[in-house]
Design a binder for this molecule. Structure first.
Ligand code: HEC
Length: 119
C-alpha cells in the first residue's frame, strides 16, 4: 500500500477506537462504578447504601419493576421532586452522557442483584 492510502485508513481506525466504547451496546461496569462514585455517592452513598442526604438505591422500591432504567435517566436529566423520602428533591446532575448513565444504572443493578433485590 502506498503511504498516501494509509492516511484515510489510519483515520478510520482511530475514529473506530475513539468512538468504540460509547457506540458499543455492552455496558462498562467499572466506568459505571467510577461515575457513580463521582456523581451520586454524596447523596446515595458508597455502594448505593444511602446517606443522610439521599436514599439507598439498593432498596426494593428501586428494583426495575418499580423504577425501570428510564426513571434513572429521567432522574439524572431532570432531577426528582421529593416523594418517597424526606431528604428533599434530587437536583438534575449535569454533564453526564446517556451512555454514561446507562453504565451507572448497570452498576446499581449489579449491586441490587448482589443484595438479592433482583435475580
Ligand atoms: C444532591 C443529592 C443527590 C445526588 C447528587 C444524586 N441524587 Fe438521586 N436522589 C436524591 C434524593 C434525595 C432522592 C429521593 C427523592 C424522593 O423520592 O423523595 C433521589 C432519587 C433518585 C432516584 C429515584 C427516582 C425516582 O423516580 O423516584 C434515582 C433513580 C436516583 N436518585 C439516581 C441518582 C443517580 C444515578 C445519581 C448520580 C448520577 C444521583 N441520583 C445523584 C438525591 C441525590
Amino acid at each position: 500500500m502506498r503511504p498516501t492510502r494509509l492516511g484515510p485508513l489510519l483515520l478510520a481506525v482511530l475514529v473506530a477506537v475513539a468512538c468504540g466504547p460509547d457506540d458499543a451496546d455492552d455496558v462498562d461496569l467499572a466506568r459505571g462504578e467510577r461515575l457513580f462514585e463521582m456523581n451520586c455517592v454524596a447523596c446515595h452513598g458508597h455502594l448505593a447504601t444511602g446517606t443522610t442526604a439521599g436514599p439507598p438505591l439498593v432498596h426494593e422500591i428501586y428494583e426495575p419493576g418499580h423504577h425501570p432504567d428510564e426513571s434513572f435517566h429521567r432522574a439524572v436529566q431532570q432531577g426528582v421532586p421529593q416523594h418517597h423520602w424526606d431528604f428533599g428533591p434530587m437536583p438534575a446532575i449535569p454533564g453526564l452522557r446517556e451512555a454514561e448513565v446507562t453504565d451507572i444504572i448497570a452498576y446499581v443493578r449489579s449491586l441490587q442483584r448482589e443484595a438479592g433485590i433482583i435475580d
